[in-house]
Design a protein around this ligand. Sequence first.
Ligand SMILES: Cc1cc2nc3c(=O)[nH]c(=O)nc-3n(C[C@H](O)[C@H](O)[C@H](O)COP(=O)(O)OP(=O)(O)OC[C@H]3O[C@@H](n4cnc5c(N)ncnc54)[C@H](O)[C@@H]3O)c2cc1C
Length: 525
Amino acid sequence: MTNSVNRIVIVGGGTAGWLSAAIIAAEHYMADAPASDKHRFQLYLVESPDIPTVGVGEGTWPSMRSTLQKIGVSETDFIRQCSASFKQGTEFHNWTKGGDDTYTHPFTVPHKYSETNLAPHWQTVRDQVKFADAVCPQSRLFNNKLAPKNIATPEYAFNVNYGYHLDAGKFADFLRKHSVENLGVVHISANMTAINCADNGDIQSITTDSHGDIEGDLFIDCSGSQSLLLGKHYGIPLVSKKQYLYNDSALAVQVPYQNTEDPIQSCTLSIAQSAGWIWDIGLPTRRGIGHVYSSAHNTEDRATAELLDYIVATAGDQAAADACVRKITFEPGHREKFWHRNCVAIGMASGFIEPLEASALVLVELSAAMIADQLPANRQMMDIVAKRFNSKFLYRWDRIVDFLKLHYVLTQRQDSQYWIDNCHANGIPDSLQELLSIWQYQSPWHRDTHQIDELFPSASFQYVLYGMDFTTQTDTAQRRTDREAAKIAMTLFRENAQRTEQLINSLPTNRELINKIYKYGFQKI
Ligand SMILES: Cc1cc2nc3c(=O)[nH]c(=O)nc-3n(C[C@H](O)[C@H](O)[C@H](O)COP(=O)(O)OP(=O)(O)OC[C@H]3O[C@@H](n4cnc5c(N)ncnc54)[C@H](O)[C@@H]3O)c2cc1C
């Protein structure tokens, strides 16, 4: 092994493998340079022709827009080739009371969020208007299944912030083609059969069944939940988070629209069940629906019955009869560390927790971006970068656990052991318990931000807290003492209401915009 990092080998060609390849290659590949200078290093991706990808993972964050832009793809091509549509957040049904309750977590932060915290002022009007509707236009756009922009809006620009819903299989194909044809990534279709170590314990090469040994200086484990390099080879254990987040099983199904021109949802729907929740994602061509549940609280038969009931209610008897349900089980948790020696894991190989806030793909984007940004020049630097990487991502996983658990601890549901267990104090991380205590007296805001690149802004906590009827006491007293601030807040509420009406009157539906993109495409920027 040479001292400098000249060869990077990615093992696995799911979304994690190809997204990582594209992000790292795009940062370092110089397409316009003479052939000898194009690459700072060679990037190989080894993908089994026999082992399928997990094939789900269809909701992204808004971060995916800048990721796609940075890797140099056209948004029009992406939307057409990946059956993508626009996601503006998540709408939660039956999470608070188990009846007809609904709240939303939109991608847009409250109006003038950097200057004013509207949460305390919303307390005066909380009986008249939902928090999300008072501070942001986006939930009303969900209700009307509207798009976040117009056909004349340039690629990746927007009227309101958005991410995507996409077809996971088509997305991996799309990224593969772009990475190989435009970014100089070498694709090797082969099964890895062995891992070969140097004397110092680093991985020196992998053996494949059809392409011999492939040497590398840095190995990126994107082999999925088997975690072949980091987990199996190096024995880095999985840290289970099941004591906080009970869901460990999923039933996934693809459901056709009854009519090809049926409306497309602008958000992911999350509908709470007796011991889990159902996701419903609208693509232009079909819906992706699934039930995530806790096997300790529900049987597969009952979970399947709940899923089929939902399909009958929303897509009809025939769709339920035709449903081809696929079961996926997982241990919620993450590896004890992600980068060990010259091997770093990304995607399912690094861990997985229920997709309640679609946090897996954003972690892939962030992991690959950090590797691309801090790629060690040589082996000596690698341990320093690895230490930073591990500390950053351990922090991020803890924040994900806190944020997902927040959706459960605020429930008032007592109708099953699952919901009762979810509120037990011993199942709540200390860090979340602290936040819940302080939020009784002051609402979340910038003071809750500890790092400049927090995964979830404090606004996200506000949407969940106040969407689920949480009350912050002292904010009310503070509000009474500050009439000037209250006046400003009322103006902001009015501005938001006006902007909401303007957007409702000017934006096309998701379906109308997608049809136009297929026909004309967006303006390129
Ligand atoms: C039910 C469910 C719903 C989800 N929903 C979302 C969501 O809405 N949003 C989100 O962000 N994420 C979601 N995820 C997570 C998301 O699906 C994954 O993070 C994403 O697909 C990345 O998977 P992966 O590439 O790590 O693994 P995989 O897709 O499993 O890919 C593994 C790759 O490794 C290859 N491989 C395996 N063994 C070998 C070998 N011996 N040699 C060579 N190659 C090998 C395979 O061929 C494959 O190419 C969801 C996950 C589940 C389970």
